[in-house]
Write a protein that binds this ligand. Structure first.
Ligand SMILES: Cc1ncc(CN)c(N)n1
Length: 231
């Protein structure tokens, strides 16, 4: 069994939990609370900016030009592609996307970003790939799950969101990340594999918590000034 297949098996409980999460159910039913959508998009805009920073850290650690080109391409996808599902969410919530940019990360999103950044700074290339993988992989599976269970028509409020993540492009991004991780895994020992597994499972758990964060509209306990890293 490939390393990424083993990871997916270990994380199955978390994936199943994500498919049944109230936010994901709300995407399928088309009845999400607009305030939860707004909370999610504010956090996700900053999360995706941090995700691009992490690709940048992966470039800094790359020793092969081909790896640099790969991470560079992935930045372009996040930058130009993921604005479409965000725009869909904003339209349904009745808000302008620009009004949701530049907010500090809520605690869970902050935790997720810190986990990926520290892995990128201190971990091996395999750990970095493992920490990044749940981002496209869980969304690709959510997209496919909603396509199968809801079979949305173009007039479904979240048609664009669902079809974007169920598309082949997100599948290819997931498969390429898995292929790179599996290639790395063939050349390392059990300790290295264990560290990559831990990084992967933590990102999966934080994917689940990210949806919780949106439903509960999680905020910091005190409204002191917070750092915003991007605009
Ligand atoms: C938290 C999170 N995880 C994954 C994705 C999909 N790239 C996203 N937009 N946001």
């Amino acid at each position: 069994m490939l390393f990424s297949e083993k990871l997916r098996k270990e994380a199955d409980e978390i994936y199943q939990g994500i498919f049944r999460h109230p936010f994901v159910e709300g995407l399928g039913k088309g009845d999400l609370d607009p305030e939860s959508i707004i909370h999610y998009v504010k956090a996700d805009f900053e999360y995706l900016n941090a995700f691009m920073n992490i690709y940048g850290l992966a470039i800094a650690k790359s020793t092969r030009r081909e790896d640099m080109a790969y991470f560079h391409e992935q930045i372009a996808f996040v930058l130009n592609g993921e604005i479409h599902p965000h725009n869909n969410l904003c339209r349904v919530a009745g808000v302008a996307y620009d009004d949701l940019k530049g907010f500090p990360l809520p605690p869970t999103a902050d935790h997720y970003v810190s986990h990926m950044k520290s892995t990128a700074l201190t971990g091996s290339m395999g750990e970095i790939l493992a920490a990044l993988l749940p981002c496209p992989w869980t969304y690709y599976e959510i997209g496919k799950y909603l396509m199968e269970t809801v079979q949305p028509k173009p007039d479904h409020p979240f048609y664009e969101w669902i079809t974007f993540y169920a598309e082949d492009e997100v599948g290819q991004i997931t498969n390429e990340l898995r292929r790179r991780l599996d290639t790395w895994a063939k050349g390392v020992g059990p300790d290295e594999l264990e560290k990559a597994k831990v990084a992967f499972l933590k990102s999966c758990q934080l994917e689940y918590r990210f949806w919780d964060m949106a439903i509960t509209k999680e905020i910091w306990p005190f409204s002191v000034e917070q750092e915003v890293t991007t605009s």
